[in-house]
Design a protein around this ligand. Structure first.
Ligand code: GLY
Length: 393
């Protein structure tokens, strides 16, 4: 087991509210800034011009995001004298496919995007993963900028350079590490998210506290109402999450070790997403919330974390309205989730498997996650059977 080092000191309560917060991802010649703040989208063109003078831009987005934010994005670019075209794809996980990747790649070639130009990924995690992957392969790689429009994308998927699409055999199985050259996270764009989408993204915020920073977790326990209400705590929570992720990515860009800690809740979560057909029954962040609770409870079974700490994680996630039990997943009593063996088989297809052994991120305490490489599938099966038959009180 590999101990976690705390990814973020408790900076959450200190950051400024008016000026944007800038978090640098320190990756040497591939280093870049994450710019976080209300209204920072308006500065996109000037920021791009400063790092890539003369670049033309192709914006990749989806119809819903385009409706809310495309005009503002184009205006921010043209204000800086930057020419842009746009490629609009269908919404949702189904767009992370070979077919849509081909459409985006051909669109970039048709728009004559060249090596010195830029792709702007304007959207949530699906758009960032898809557009980033297309940017990584067109002309053997063009640079791209992430403009994340969901909470989940702002605190997780837009940072760190994981890009890709899904294979019919599993999620994110085809992709590349391709770091953006800039991330512009305008927290005002989160105002148009549904409460459910915002909550799902919050699971990834809480994850940083649970895996590596007890003080941040405690701060979230007190300040989550302001994070949800859109007050200054929202920017502070996003900045603290980005600092946590940036620090881990800078130490382990290619996930040879510590970066795997960011997968807390994802081994269970991806299996649950697959068991619900990657449908609206369970958003990715909701799968992470249930998965993180299961990881905490499985850590109790493995003799690591205390029962009280596991209950505290579950309580915090449930208190913001996230699902934490298998029984909370939509359609559980009608359609179920399959049995323990089918969930185990789904986990075995996940990338978090090495030569047949299951890898889990477990907890020694809140704020200290560890990588467990050699988990006995029989122990997981028995645990899942107990959870599938659990009768919520
Ligand atoms: N979302 C996990 C990672 O970027 O490593």
């Amino acid at each position: 087991m590999t101990p976690a080092t705390s990814p973020a000191t408790s900076t959450a309560a200190k950051s400024s509210q008016a000026a944007p917060v800038i978090v640098n991802v320190a990756l040497g010649e591939r280093a870049y800034d994450i710019v976080i703040g209300r209204g920072v989208l308006a500065s996109l063109g000037h920021r791009i011009k400063a790092i890539r003078p003369g670049a033309r831009v192709a914006i990749v987005t989806d119809a819903t995001v385009a409706k809310h934010w495309l005009n503002q994005t184009q205006a921010a670019l043209s204000e800086a004298g930057i020419e842009s075209t746009q490629i609009i794809v269908g919404e949702g996980e189904a767009s992370k496919s070979y077919g849509v990747l081909e459409d985006v790649s051909e669109g970039l070639i048709a728009a004559k995007i060249e090596r010195n130009d830029l792709v702007v990924a304007l959207g949530g995690g699906v758009i960032g993963d898809l557009a980033g992957f297309a940017a990584s392969i067109v002309r053997r790689g063009v640079d791209f900028v992430q403009v994340p429009t969901s909470l989940l994308a702002q605190v997780d998927s837009s940072v760190g350079g994981k890009t890709g699409i899904n294979s019919p055999k599993g999620k994110n199985l085809v992709g590349a590490f391709h770091q953006p050259v800039l991330v512009v996270a305008d927290t005002a764009v989160l105002d148009t998210l549904s409460p459910r989408q915002f909550r799902a993204g919050y699971a990834e915020v809480a994850k940083y506290g649970v895996l590596g920073d007890l003080a941040f977790f405690e701060w979230l326990e007190k300040n989550h109402p302001d994070v949800f209400a859109g007050g200054p705590a929202r920017e502070q929570a996003i900045a603290a999450s980005c600092r946590a992720k940036a620090a881990i990515v800078a130490r382990d860009e290619r996930e040879t070790g510590e970066r795997a800690l960011l997968n807390l809740g994802h081994t269970f979560g991806h299996a649950l997403e697959a068991a619900t057909g990657f449908s609206d029954r369970l958003f990715h962040g909701e799968g992470v919330a249930v998965g993180m609770t299961l990881a905490a409870e499985f850590s109790v079974v493995q003799g690591l974390i205390s029962n009280d700490d596991a209950a505290r994680v579950q309580h915090h996630l449930a208190s913001v309205g996230l699902p934490t039990r298998l029984q909370d997943i939509a359609g559980f009593s009608q359609e179920g989730l399959g049995d323990a063996d089918s969930l185990l088989a789904l986990m075995a297809q996940d990338k978090k498997v090495k030569r047949g052994k299951l890898t889990f991120i477990l907890l020694e305490k809140i704020g200290r996650a560890v990588i467990a490489n050699n988990v006995d599938p029989n122990a997981v099966r028995a645990f899942l059977v107990s959870k599938l038959t659990h009768k919520p009180g």
